[in-house]
Design a protein around this ligand. Structure first.
Ligand SMILES: NC(=O)c1ccc[n+]([C@@H]2O[C@H](COP(=O)([O-])OP(=O)(O)OC[C@H]3O[C@@H](n4cnc5c(N)ncnc54)[C@H](O)[C@@H]3O)[C@@H](O)[C@H]2O)c1
Ligand SMILES: [Zn+2]
Length: 361
């Protein structure tokens, strides 16, 4: 078992990571709560809910709600239904919410916690690799039909309890999605650990030891950035590496066609391309290594033909764009991210060439 403490100017919490932690959930609840309300999804419920319930029921009043698995549950309707359920169970201002699941459940339950009776405590129990990213940092949100995460808040958890044993039931697709975010952390960290990741074959059964090592490294990168800039006024934006094109691809293809991480994988390649153009540093960046690793691990590149102008338009509308100018995180060198405003015209030319080469159309 390993612990990373995240300490910002306003709060402090432990991220504990180890095998079988779900059987010891009770140990991590250090305050007296009036009751506990677990929010999980329809896939995670059948796998892990009972273990968590059993570990809590001796000492606490525990209720739960199960939302449909999938991104569509990050909606106003499901948010409202979950609040209604909580109220019906008598959850009050002194209660605790537990988010048991991947990033979808974490974001939804976190947003419920941040608004329920003006905000109550919650604990993240991530069950996906991707959630090493989403469960740390306190950003919580639901989606609006106009775009992802448009209704949200900053609401850090009281604790993160990460049971790596739960990761054995993930599909290859979800493993790929999560590992792209680990790769991102490995590339932007001042002490890059990309070499550790590039040697991993995701099809091999990943040992808990290896998983823990990579997750800890990824969480440490995220924690260090959040500690310096919790509200994203400057360096937290570095975490957006690969996401400008990634988000545009997800939206343009239709959510769910490729996973978030798969889109970010392509986005990171493109960000390196743009970096090479702006900084003339192609030789310093592991573009070819990343491409080889993504291909070897079957990240999907067989995209349908996409209109460049539509993708550029999406990038301009990104929450992180400034005055409708595309803002991208580039790499000056491995482990040295920087934020640049990118001229539309150049962006379109670079993107067209990049996609033509990558997808082969
Ligand atoms: N708040 C943040 O800082 C932040 C950062 C990154 C991503 N996110 C959000 O995270 C979400 C994506 O997270 P995700 O990829 O974990 O998606 P997810 O929660 O939808 O999980 C993916 C799939 O895996 C299933 N699953 C979860 N745990 C499992 C397990 N242990 N075994 C088998 N199946 C399991 C889920 O039911 C779902 O079908 C997005 O909504 C994204 O916006 C938030
Ligand atoms: Zn991401």
């Amino acid at each position: 078992m390993e612990t990373i403490t995240v300490k910002t100017s306003t709060n402090k919490y432990d991220v504990t990571i180890g095998a079988k932690l779900r059987f010891e959930t009770s140990k991590f609840i250090t305050k007296p709560y009036s009751s506990i309300f677990i929010i999980t999804d329809s896939n995670v419920e059948s796998l892990y809910l009972q273990d968590v319930l059993t570990s809590l029921q001796k000492d606490h009043e525990v209720n739960y709600t199960i939302v449909p698995a999938g991104e569509s549950s990050k909606s106003v309707r499901v948010y409202f239904d979950v609040i209604t359920q909580g109220l019906q169970y008598g959850l009050d201002r002194h209660g605790l919410i537990i988010a048991l699941g991947g990033g979808m459940v974490g974001d939804l339950a976190g947003f419920v916690s941040s608004t329920f009776m003006r905000g109550i405590d919650y604990i993240q129990m991530p069950t996906t690799i991707l959630a090493h990213d989403s469960s740390v940092g306190g950003k919580v949100a639901i989606n609006h039909p106009e775009g992802k995460n448009l209704i949200g808040n900053f609401h850090p958890p009281q604790a993160v309890i990460y049971d790596v044993e739960t990761l054995h039931t993930l599909t290859q697709t979800e493993i790929r999605s999560g590992y792209a975010e680990i790769a991102k952390h490995s590339l932007i960290n001042p002490e890059p650990f990309w070499d550790n990741i590039s040697s991993v074959n995701l099809k091999d059964a990943l040992s808990e030891e290896v998983l823990m090592e990579h997750l800890l490294k990824g969480i440490a990168v995220k924690a260090a950035i959040v500690e310096q800039d919790e509200r994203e006024s400057n360096i937290r934006q570095y975490l957006n590496f690969g996401h400008t094109l990634g988000h545009a691809l997800e939206a343009e293809l239709g959510y769910g066609k490729i996973t978030h991480g798969e889109a970010v994988g392509i986005g990171m390649l493109f960000a390196m391309r743009v970096s090479a153009y702006y900084y003339d540093n192609h030789n310093k960046l592991p573009y070819q290594e990343l491409l080889t690793w993504l291909r070897a691990n079957h990240y999907p590149f067989d995209l349908p033909r996409l209109q460049i102008t539509k993708l550029v338009d999406r990038m301009k509308k990104d929450k992180k764009a400034r005055n409708h100018n595309v803002q991208m995180v580039l790499l000056k060198d491995l482990g040295k991210p920087a934020i640049e405003l990118i001229d539309d015209h150049n962006l379109a030319i670079l993107l067209e060439k990049f996609l033509r080469e990558l997808v082969g159309y």
